[in-house]
Design a protein around this ligand. Sequence first.
Ligand code: UFG
Length: 330
Amino acid sequence: MAILVTGGAGYIGSHTIAALQERGEEVIVVDNLQQGHKEALLGGKLYVGDLRDEDFLDEVFKENDIDAVIHFAANSLVGESMKSPGKYYHNNVYGTLCLLEKMNEHGTRKIVFSSTAATYGEPENVPIDEYDRTLPTNTYGETKLAMEKMMKWYDTAHNIKSISLRYFNAAGAHESGQIGEDHHPETHLIPIVLEVALGKRPHISVFGDDYKTPDGTCVRDYVHVSDLADAHVLAVDKLLSGAESAIYNLGNGTGFSVKEVIDIARSVTVKEIKAVIEPRREGDPATLVASSERARNELGWNPRRSRLEDIIKSAWRWHEANPNGYKKND
Ligand code: UFG
């Protein structure tokens, strides 16, 4: 019995593989290494290739006895998705279609899917629960919603059961210090703030301070990447024990503003971290905070690393030790 992890060399994928390894699971990894890093793999058998390459994917399924898939492989930059929607539909939506077809052909009927809070768009209610309206404000979120919906119809037609996990803001790094966040280009708040602390950037640009939030900057729900990893393992277990398809939010249920994040980073790093207020970034909702009651009750998910200070500490350990990410350090 093996678990196939697509996009396993990426940020959340690699932490999920670490969690699977700790349990002694047999892990197969598919990654085209366009954004992922080989060095991020703490285990698993790696196949370098693309989900849209039918012969390649066929080999992977033929050579391994795959019981369940955890599907991360996707493009995930909101800004880029607005400029190049075709890239996002092709890689994310068509890539998922190819994967589901291959799963059906080879009789693999369980899939855990890496979804996002971006499926909600500007929320009607805070905290957001899984029954709230989904109206994405960017192409990235729209493609993830399309992928979720595709899974629903593959369940109806082919009995492929799926659990979609809608993450809020993933952050932090593995406690071993061996793996962490390394995106090119980096667009996320916490790693950029830490790059300022490292002296790699002169300042952090705060995108807008005129939102309807207590201090005017956007509020987000930050969740430790290893807590997200644990949720994937629980979701695989649930599907393998015969559960029906479901969708779960994953967040801590507490919002922090951009200014609060910067302040906490200042105290963790003991660095000045210059901040400059700039115009709003297109497509950013003011507040995104999760209700994860459903994941807690039905998956038994219990995020253990929920203090933002600890999340930023773990990220800082990684960034300080690996200022150039997975590239050989100077
Ligand atoms: N921000 C800044 N300056 C920066 C970077 C970010 O002020 O240099 C702000 C953003 O405007 C936002 C907050 O910090 O208000 C968090 O931004 P991130 O880019 O770190 O994260 P997002 O909330 O935009 O995105 C995250 C995930 C996406 C997902 C989205 C759901 O990374 O994959 O949540 O809306 F789509």
